[in-house]
Write a protein that binds this ligand. Structure first.
Ligand SMILES: *Cc1c(COP(=O)(O)O)cnc(C)c1O
Length: 376
């Protein structure tokens, strides 16, 4: 049996090698390393795929979030509502720009932002909400957008883990994750569902004016060469990465489907174990399973499970062991243990299993057997 990895990028590459090499070769032969034609081709293809008016490529997902916030001229100390249960990047950029992250609970079943808690934390300093479509499925965007509208708040979706996921609104309209709020940010980190062979990211928006600002900020705040209208950054998707992404975008739906198959098989097997709660799928969103994250019942020793799996060369990860409101870096904001009970509880009981596009039946049967044998 092939060794089991959390993510198998080598196996995936093997299948698309020829196409990728051809595209990378075009970049090499033309020496258009920065802003080459392939960056624009990929941008246009992604706009079409997402049904977004504008995609602004940039250097990584963290930059994408930061640049969106830079484009809004919020006052220092403005409050941005964000789930505590997310990767730190979502929170980091808020603090970095001098805004205040206001942490919000998540629902214990879907792991996504809790709309009641969100609404209760809005103040007259609130300016924006950053829902995170965690592990690959959309937050409850109808209710979230309604809260945002009532309170005049911007909505920036962190869709780093959910590219390709589809949200069905109560009016029946279907939108891709990242295209529902004022802007969305995604990441092309290699292990993401649409991963480059290095860093990359993108912003999506349907707002023409915002798109123009974002394009300016990613390029040193430049309106035309050497004329700088705002403080910007240097954040580019390079041509090599765009070449890889252009090829992989064609396969994204297939990749997401392959992940879904793996997840379904896990969930079927684990639904029989009374000590495991498989991930819950929302009725309003498809799930692209960036992670397969399950919950362990009270009294199940998570470390012992992880060690048991490791002893059989099955990797498992904890996304995330410490909620952001209890991270040292954000102690300054004065949160304490007990402030977000669902989030804190999840951090102590979630565990993520290997999931990727190349998992074969033999590997998956082995993982399932080793998980179940922990308690038999
Ligand atoms: C990966 C990730 C990011 C950051 O993306 P980078 O490209 O690594 O900067 C932001 N938010 C979430 C939820 C992520 O998973």
């Amino acid at each position: 049996m092939e060794p089991i990895r959390m993510v198998d990028l080598v196996g995936q590459y093997t299948k698309i090698k020829e196409e990728v090499k051809l595209e990378i070769d075009k970049v090499l032969e033309s020496a258009t390393f920065i802003n080459g034609p392939v960056v624009h081709e990929f941008q246009a293809n992604l706009e079409e795929y997402l049904g977004a008016k504008h995609v602004i490529p940039c250097a990584n997902g963290t930059d994408a979030l930061q640049i969106i916030m830079m484009a809004h001229n919020f006052p220092k100390g403005a409050e941005v509502l964000v789930p505590s249960f997310t990767y730190v990047a979502t929170v980091e950029v808020i603090a970095l720009l001098g805004f205040k992250p206001v942490f919000v609970e998540v629902y214990p079943d879907t792991f996504n932002i809790d709309i009641e808690d969100l609404e209760s934390k809005i103040t007259d300093k609130s300016v924006a909400i950053v829902p995170v479509h965690l592990y690959g499925q959309c937050a409850d965007m109808d209710r979230l957008m309604a809260v945002a509208k009532r309170n005049n708040l911007k909505v920036f979706e962190d869709t780093a883990q959910a590219i390709g996921a589809e949200y069905t609104s109560s009016d029946g309209s279907v939108s891709k994750a990242g295209t529902i709020g004022d802007a969305g940010a995604t990441s092309f980190f290699p292990s993401k569902n649409l991963g480059a062979y290095g860093d990359g990211g993108a912003i999506m928006t349907n707002d023409n004016e915002l798109a123009a600002k974002l394009r300016m900020i990613v390029n040193h705040g430049q309106s035309k060469r050497y004329y700088h209208d705002s403080i910007g950054v240097n954040s580019r998707l390079d041509s090599m990465q765009a070449a890889v992404l252009k090829v992989k975008l064609k396969y994204l739906d297939g990749y997401n489907e392959a992940r879904y198959q793996v997840a379904s098989r896990y969930s079927e097997a684990f639904s029989k174990a009374d000590w495991i709660t498989p991930p819950v799928e929302s009725e309003f969103s498809t799930h692209v399973y960036h992670q397969y994250t399950m919950k362990l019942a009270d009294g199940v020793d998570r470390d012992a499970l992880v060690n048991h799996l490791a002893a059989h060369d099955v990797p498992a990860m904890i996304y995330y062991p410490v909620p952001n409101h209890l991270q040292k870096a954000y102690a300054y904001y004065g949160y304490k243990e007990g402030d977000m009970l669902n989030t804190e509880d999840l951090c102590s009981r979630v565990v993520s299993l290997p999931i990727h596009t190349e998992m074969n039946d033999e590997q998956q049967s082995f993982i399932i057997e080793k998980v179940l044998s922990f308690r038999s």
